[in-house]
Write a protein that binds this ligand. Structure first.
Ligand code: ATP
Length: 270
């Protein structure tokens, strides 16, 4: 049986309410929701609905979450795969996976295809002579371009790509009619961090002394994923001490742990 590299989620429950901050990005993707819900409004005037949009930003800032929310808000199925899944694939498999995915998405039109880490597939071609080239990746990229060009006007599939390296992408991907829209998904500022805390403390039993404004101030550079991590970790710290609720100090301990983890990660890079 074929291994599945993508998930199809026919009933996506994620909505814009789950995405804290990112007001600009949400406004921009609202247009995609409208394309998926009311295609006739656009095609009636002779316009062509765009096929792709690229979410660009640092890791953990909510790109996947936002793409899922577009599917949830539009009420359409969400097909996803990650570019890194393709890196180790045998010859010919990557391209056929892409073909399969687009076929399935077209059969469920209107629908969304989400490609995380699209740079793993979409790196500029012919520039990896050091590693001796990677024909398989190029085949996969070519198939992706072919599929995006091949959509007829009868199918309404929008491909959302995500990357933190838009600069390395093959220019062919960014051409009109492909990923011609770039939407920036940045690290949150203090107010946005507060909103992200609000989302992620919801499942926690909070003690009265927890000061989320203070924590939002003390976490510059944290991504949404880091904050989600802090919230979860704080509950584990409190539980380990057999507390009945999560206190401010547990959050501070959790922040220290996450900062420690981030520092380690950075040390490996530099
Ligand atoms: P990567 O580039 O590493 O794939 P990403 O940008 O796709 O990261 P997500 O996978 O969407 O990031 O985020 C990971 C998790 O972090 C989310 O499932 C969510 O719990 C939390 N998160 C990130 N950003 C936000 C946000 N703006 N609002 C609420 N939660 C967030």
């Amino acid at each position: 049986s074929k291994a599945k590299v993508f998930d199809e989620n026919t009933k996506v429950r994620t909505s814009f309410k789950d995405v804290a901050g990112l007001e600009g990005a949400k406004e921009e993707v609202q247009e995609i929701v409208d394309f998926l819900k009311n295609p006739d409004k656009y095609t009636a005037l002779g316009g062509k609905i765009p096929k792709g949009a690229l979410l660009v930003g640092p890791p953990g800032t909510g790109k996947t979450l936002l793409a899922k929310a577009v599917a949830g808000e539009s009420g359409v199925p969400f097909f996803s795969l990650s570019g890194s899944d393709f890196v180790e694939m045998f010859v010919g498999v990557g391209a056929s996976r892409v073909r399969d995915l687009f076929k399935q998405a077209a059969a469920k039109s209107p629908s969304i295809i989400f490609i995380d880490e699209i740079d793993a597939i979409g790196r500029a071609r012919g520039k990896n002579s050091i590693t001796g080239g990677n024909d398989e990746r190029e085949n996969t990229l070519n198939q992706l371009l072919t599929e995006m060009d091949g959509f007829g006007t009868d199918v309404n599939v929008i491909v959302i790509g995500a990357t933190n390296r838009a600069d390395v992408l093959d220019k062919a991907l960014l051409r009109a009619g492909r990923f011609d829209r770039q939407i920036y998904v940045d690290l949150p500022d203090k107010n946005e961090r507060r909103q992200i805390f609000d989302v992620h403390v919801k499942p926690l039993k909070l003690a009265k002394d927890v000061d989320l404004d203070f924590l939002s101030k003390q976490t510059p550079g944290f991504s949404g994923a880091d904050i989600a991590n802090v919230c979860n970790e704080s509950a584990l710290v409190a539980a380990r001490k057999s507390k009945k609720s999560v206190h401010h100090q547990d959050f501070l301990d959790a922040v220290d742990r996450i900062v420690g983890g981030l520092e380690k990660k950075n040390k490996i890079i530099t």
